[in-house]
Design a protein around this ligand. Structure first.
Ligand SMILES: C[S@@+](CC[C@H](N)C(=O)[O-])C[C@H]1O[C@@H](n2cnc3c(N)ncnc32)[C@H](O)[C@@H]1O
Length: 276
């Protein structure tokens, strides 16, 4: 049986208040949809570890940590400046934030390295297998680096895992969008498909749009769950990069996420029964 690291009250407190005290790039629309994604993984009983490339001071990383189950590991990979590790202010801040919010040392690892130098095999060894259920890719934003990071993320992703690709359609970083298009055209994408777009809903300094990517066999489950829980913010569903029916979440106002409570679970049970 899985046991959550944090109580429901502590998770909600962090997602509604604690996270606002942290520096970093995560807008309220992304927070809302990723929160639903975390709830859906709990509902689906998806276990595994968590990873992020490009952690900065841990704003998104700590959100993912709050939804860990006991025994899971959260891997933080960041270059922290050049020479590697020279940016000690952000390393100290990350560790301080993890301590302040009570993430136990045995449940996270901080890897100070340049992700572009990590091979698929090296990452598999580091993580002890393809066991990552959530992998945020938010490091070097050059085309080559994004393609590389998506490829190594795929290599360690579990069958039910989801990649959170950051900074799509951000005019500051057009190379990220180019890389994501190219990724889906490349065999390196393997069986990965786009699951949902989360549009930006704040100034560019506070983040940008994200794309959720998952394995084809899980896509309809994640899409259905995200559409149900974020239906007020669902703009439309369109094909993208050759894949059909990708939901776009757009936030005209404050995000209107619904909680995955018993009523929603019953609806999801029915929706999923129809998918089987
Ligand atoms: C936009 S910030 C990440 C924001 C973070 N995800 C958050 O929740 O606030 C980008 C991060 O990527 C890291 N980075 C840049 N190039 C990298 C590389 N080659 N390998 C690993 N990390 C890298 C930077 O040090 C920086 O902390």
């Amino acid at each position: 049986m899985t046991v959550k690291l944090k109580s429901l009250e502590a998770r909600v407190r962090f997602a509604t208040r604690g996270i606002d005290t942290l520096n970093g790039m995560l807008q309220s629309g992304s927070l809302s949809v990723i929160w639903s994604l975390l709830e859906i993984q709990d509902y689906l009983k998806v276990n595994g570890n968590i990873a992020e490339i490009g952690v900065h001071q841990g704003k998104l990383f700590l959100l993912l940590c709050h939804w860990m189950n006991l025994g899971e590991i959260a891997h933080a990979i960041d270059i922290f400046g050049r020479p590697i590790g020279s940016d000690t202010k952000n390393i100290d801040k990350l560790i301080g934030n993890l301590e302040q919010f009570g993430i136990p040392k045995e449940q996270y690892r901080v890897e100070i390295s340049d992700s572009t130098q990590l091979s698929c095999g090296a990452l598999r060894n580091l993580f002890r297998g393809p066991n990552i259920r959530l992998f945020s890719v938010d490091g070097d934003h050059s085309r080559e680096a994004v393609l590389h990071d998506l490829e190594i993320a795929e290599a360690v992703l579990s069958p039910e895992g989801v990649i959170i690709a950051d900074d799509l359609f951000n005019v500051w970083f057009p190379n990220v969008t180019e890389a994501v298009y190219d990724f889906f055209r490349d065999p390196a994408a393997k069986d990965l498909v786009p699951i949902a777009f989360i549009s930006a809903n704040g100034p560019v300094e506070s983040g940008a749009a994200k794309l959720l990517i998952g394995r084809a066999q899980m896509a309809s489950r994640y899409k259905a769950g995200l559409k149900l829980l974020n239906q007020e913010d669902l703009k439309h569903c369109d094909p993208f990069a050759g894949h059909p029916d990708v939901p776009h979440f757009y936030f005209a106002n404050v995000p209107q996420k619904r909680t995955l409570d018993e009523t929603m679970m019953k609806i999801l049970d029915d929706v999923y029964a129809d998918l089987d």
